[in-house]
Design a protein around this ligand. Structure first.
Ligand SMILES: [Cu+2]
Length: 462
């Protein structure tokens, strides 16, 4: 049994704000060429009583690019394993999508790869490994990525709120023995016992009383669905998965995020606050403070006006377009799912054989990446995928290289997503315009589910 979260909370050193050795603060767009080094990283989460926790990471705290400015990002692999980087949510050339084995060869240790693209959408995205993802993401190989709007949005401060879920052993090191546990793969995925925000345990987010803040909330966990409660503040959602909402929507109740989902919030801090005010994670029975507002009392004038919408990104309005294609995606398998057989690597297999190959989930009767695409479409076509979650588990469905709209009851109509939480038994139709030519993945972003079968692809031709 993994240690319980509470045990680790007790051990945690009080908010260490300094960046660990080898991590640089904010990589701001600095001309055309940027270098990222993938490297081992240490975090002294538990003070002097334990060895620092050894992770994998990238040598920056955050990467900030500018909308419509071309970049060349040289990624140097100083890790002991091959890897590749996926630019999650960016609509860029397929050859830059970073899926090893599909869009590029993995970057070997000591080698480098140059990603070249133009970020055409402003917003909140992230970069993460797409090679042995269930292991490498669990080790922490990701980086928040912000594409700045060309006109600055009016807030006093812009904060990251990157939530992660780590599984540590009693030595406070990554519990690597539990990677690949088939029981977890067939259930909700691999859950951690330590929650961090911005790679820190219970950090303070420095704000001024009465200020208006943009807070970019990410769930970068392998599989845990997070729920964050920002109580006592006025908060609005102004973007989902990087894409602005037509009108900001007030946050009512906890903000629920499937792995890989992001929300941009506008948060007004009350004028009479000072000192520490907790922010809670409430997805489990163990409601606890995962971070706090560290409020400096000042005489900032209160803003009582509703926040304005962010400028829209160049996405096609789908409301007056009928679909050129409509396909079904039946999601099956998992524990208590009644899956009897599926095709894996072109062979029909019973469940026992599938489990031997570490497969237990299927899309349309096929476990893992098929040779043939789910569908082939032309760039510019409007596509509908009817996703049917015929399993006993929630899933976070992610489409590479595209944003889509969904008829899900959980979200407002017209909201754009690159990742969508689906409840057990739920059916959702997603709609999008096929973008750049190439091979694009559709997969569950509960990464153990993806590893165990929940992945397919579609092809866009010119
Ligand atoms: Cu899933």
């Amino acid at each position: 049994m993994p240690l319980k979260r509470r045990a680790f909370l007790k051990m945690a050193a009080t908010s260490l704000c300094a960046l660990p050795l080898g991590i640089k603060a904010r990589l701001v767009y600095a001309g055309q060429r940027i270098e990222l080094t993938l490297q081992p990283e240490q975090r002294a989460w538990f003070g002097d009583s334990y060895q620092p926790t050894r992770l994998w990471g990238i040598d920056w705290e955050v990467l900030r690019l500018k909308q419509n400015q071309p970049v060349e990002i040289v990624v140097k692999n100083h890790l002991p394993e091959a890897t590749s980087l996926h630019w999650h949510g960016l609509r860029i050339d397929n050859a830059m999508d970073g899926v090893s084995g599909l869009t590029q060869q993995a970057i070997e240790p000591g080698e480098e790869f140059v990603y070249r693209f133009v970020p055409k959408d402003a917003g909140t995205y992230w970069v993460h490994t797409h090679h042995n993802t269930y292991q490498q993401l669990a080790r922490g190989l990701y980086l928040p990525l912000i594409v700045e709007e060309s006109t600055e949005y009016p807030v006093d401060q812009d904060h990251l709120f990157v939530m992660d879920d780590w599984r540590l052993n009693s030595d406070a090191q990554l519990d690597l023995k539990s990677l690949g546990n088939m029981h977890e793969w067939s259930h909700g995925g691999r859950m951690g016992n330590v929650l961090t925000v911005n790679r820190q345990i219970k950090p303070g987010i420095k704000v001024r009383a009465g200020s208006r803040n943009r807070v970019r909330v990410f769930n970068v966990a392998n599989s845990r669905i997070m729920a964050t409660e920002f109580s006592g503040v006025d908060a609005w959602i102004c973007a989902k998965d990087g894409q602005p909402l037509a009108e900001p929507v007030r946050v009512e109740g906890p903000l629920v995020l499937a792995p890989a989902e992001r929300y941009d919030l506008i948060v007004d801090i009350p004028t009479d606050w000072q000192g520490e005010r907790p922010i809670y994670e409430v997805s489990t029975q163990q409601r606890f403070a995962c971070a706090f507002w560290d409020v400096l009392s000042t005489n900032v004038a209160t803003r009582r006006d509703k926040p304005v919408a962010l400028p829209q990104n160049p996405l096609l309005n789908l409301s007056d377009r009928s679909a050129d294609h409509h396909v079904q995606l039946m999601i099956e398998g998992g524990a208590m799912g009644g899956l009897r057989k599926a095709i894996y690597q072109n062979k029909s297999m019973g469940v026992r054989d599938l489990i031997q190959h570490k497969q237990i989930w299927a899309f349309n009767g096929v476990a893992n990446l098929p040779d043939e695409p789910l569908l082939t479409v032309r760039s510019g076509d409007v596509v509908e995928i009817e996703m049917n979650n015929n399993t006993r588990w929630p899933h976070g469905m992610h489409l590479h290289g595209h944003h889509f709209q969904a008829d899900s009851s959980r979200y407002q109509e017209g909201v754009w997503h690159d990742t969508l939480l689906m409840e057990r038994g739920e059916k959702v139709v997603i709609r999008f315009q096929a973008g750049l030519p190439g091979k694009w993945l559709i997969h569950c972003h509960m990464i153990e589910h993806q590893a165990a079968g929940m992945v397919t692809w579609f092809e866009v031709s010119a």
